[in-house]
Design a protein. Structure first.
Length: 152
C-alpha cells in the first residue's frame, strides 16, 4: 500500500472520530442548556414565591448576575437556548411568555410544572448521554474505517 493510501486511511479515521466527537459535544451542550433552564426556573420560583419580585426588576437582576444575556429585554420575550430540542424550545417559550399573568401562588405552581417537565427531559438526556458517551466516538471511528476500506 502506498504512503498516500495510508495517509487517506488515516484522514478518514480522524474525520470519523471528529464526527463522533461533534455528536458528543452537541449532547453535552443540550444537557448544559437544560441545566441552565432549570436553574433559571428555580431562581424565578424562589423570587416569586418568597420575595414576590417585580418581573422587570428581576430581569435586570438576572442580567447583572449573568444568568441572562445582556440583550434580554424582558423575561416574557426571552429566547430559548439554541441547543434545546424543538419541543423544549416551544415549552421554554410557552413558560416564559406566560410570566406575569397570574397571581404569585398560581405562577409558582405553573413554574413547578415546567420545572418537572424540564427535569424529566434532563434525566432522559443524562441517561442517553451515559449510554452514548463513548459510543459516538467509536461509531465515528468505525465509519471512518469503513469509508477508508471501501474507498481505499
Amino acid at each position: 500500500m502506498s504512503p498516500l493510501r495510508w495517509l487517506s486511511v488515516c484522514c478518514f479515521v480522524v474525520c470519523g472520530w471528529c464526527a463522533g466527537d461533534s455528536f458528543h459535544q452537541q449532547a453535552q451542550a443540550h444537557l448544559e442548556a437544560l441545566h441552565k433552564t432549570l436553574d433559571l426556573l428555580e431562581t424565578l420560583h424562589q423570587e416569586i414565591s418568597f420575595r414576590r419580585s417585580d418581573l422587570n426588576l428581576l430581569c435586570r437582576k438576572l442580567i447583572q448576575d449573568g444568568q441572562l444575556p445582556p440583550e434580554t429585554v424582558s423575561l416574557q420575550t426571552l429566547e430559548p437556548f439554541p441547543s434545546l430540542t424543538l419541543e423544549e424550545r416551544t415549552r421554554f417559550s410557552e413558560c416564559f411568555s406566560g410570566l406575569g399573568r397570574l397571581e404569585a401562588e398560581q405562577e409558582c405552581r405553573r413554574l413547578e410544572l415546567y420545572q418537572a417537565q424540564f427535569q424529566a427531559a434532563l434525566q432522559e438526556g443524562e441517561a442517553a448521554a451515559r449510554t452514548q458517551s463513548m459510543l459516538s466516538h467509536k461509531l465515528g471511528l468505525a465509519a471512518g474505517l469503513a469509508a477508508a476500506i471501501l474507498l481505499g
